[in-house]
Design a protein around this ligand. Structure first.
Ligand code: FAD
Length: 298
């Protein structure tokens, strides 16, 4: 097994990408350029997030439906149940099914008042992510991915509790878990070992976050309960006004992380792209994932 060329061992990697609904016309252009560029790498699926409290309901739908219509990729729509009634959620799900979408990333979501505030279920809604998964299963034959938290969700008292929560979502019908981002691979390996020891068999796909903007990622990590090791912080010291070096350091850090996981046998990766293709494309290239050429007509 060659550390720099994992494909030398004949490995096939399953790659997926996450995008978010852009707010401006300029960001929209960047999104579609990135989607097109990453489509060439023939990802397993691409997912589109759902703004807090359903704030991007229409935009998420429009992007997911366009990916289904205009690309060769399988789109997955994120969906949270936090501020909607079950009837509203079911209507959204019917809309996706009619648009040819067959994969939902099912989440509870955060309270409208923000991360850490007490979650109050909508009285007419799905009360938890596991109820949402059950509701989706009942409605249509969607593929269902869910989240999982190798360092524990901010609301959970222990990683064991997160593993219990994951098991409940699997029992309800989830077939893939995507992790919150992490930077220390040992955290992921420990979590994976515990999950496998409990008999969890579904893929637990590591979520990889290239650190484009250290301050932003560090602040997000703090809210999300993900740790930022000191050595990662030190790598970005003094680079606040130096975006070029920052981008190189970010790419190197993400490549090291992904290669470390690949060396240990991980063969699926979910990239938080921040709607940018360049870094993720380079990481995939180093993994040996290359553009798929269209077959020439006979
Ligand atoms: P859940 O499975 O509902 O719960 C996560 C953990 O919290 C559980 O494992 C458990 O330990 C603990 N917990 C939950 N409820 C309780 C309880 N009642 N008592 C004690 N502990 C409890 N948010 C969005 O708004 N839009 C998105 O598109 C989006 N995409 C995401 C994608 C991924 C891969 C991840 C990891 C997160 C995403 N989130 C998104 C964030 C997510 O909505 C929040 O983290 C939310 O707080 C939890 O929802 P969940 O479905 O991830 O977790």
């Amino acid at each position: 097994f060659n550390a720099l060329h994992p494909t030398a061992a004949g490995k096939q990697f399953k790659i997926s990408y996450e995008f978010f609904p852009p707010k401006t016309a300029e960001m929209e252009k960047q999104l579609w350029e990135s989607v097109k560029r990453l489509e060439a790498l023939d990802p397993h699926f691409v997912s589109v997030t759902y703004g807090a409290g359903g704030s991007t309901r229409e935009r998420t739908h429009a992007i997911v439906a366009r990916i289904a219509r205009e690309t060769r990729m399988n789109p997955a729509a994120h969906l949270t149940c936090v501020s909607s009634s079950a009837a509203e959620i079911d209507e959204i799900l019917h809309g996706y099914w009619e648009a040819g979408v067959r994969h939902i990333v099912a989440l509870r979501g955060d309270p409208p008042t923000g991360v850490g505030a007490k979650f109050e279920p909508n009285p007419k809604g799905y009360a938890s992510s596991c109820e949402l998964v059950r509701g989706i299963r009942r409605l249509h034959d969607f593929e269902i991915s869910v989240s999982t938290y190798p360092e524990g969700h901010p609301e959970s008292s222990s990683v064991e509790q997160d593993l219990d929560a994951l098991q409940v979502k699997i029992d309800a019908g989830a077939t893939r878990a995507i992790t919150q981002f992490f930077f220390d691979n040992d955290i992921y390996f420990r979590f994976l070992d515990k999950a496998r020891a409990r008999g969890v068999k579904i893929p637990i796909v590591p979520g990889i976050m290239p650190i484009r903007n250290f301050r932003q990622v560090a602040s997000f990590a703090q809210k999300a309960g993900a740790s930022v090791p000191r050595w990662v912080a030190e790598r970005f010291e003094g680079l606040d006004d130096d975006p070029e070096t920052r981008a190189l350091v970010a790419a190197t850090t993400a490549v090291e992380q992904v290669m470390g996981l690949a060396r240990a046998g991980v063969d699926e990766f979910h990239f938080y792209t921040n709607n940018r293709a360049d870094m993720v494309f380079a990481i995939c290239h180093l993994l040996g994932v290359r553009p798929v050429r269209e077959k020439a007509p006979a």
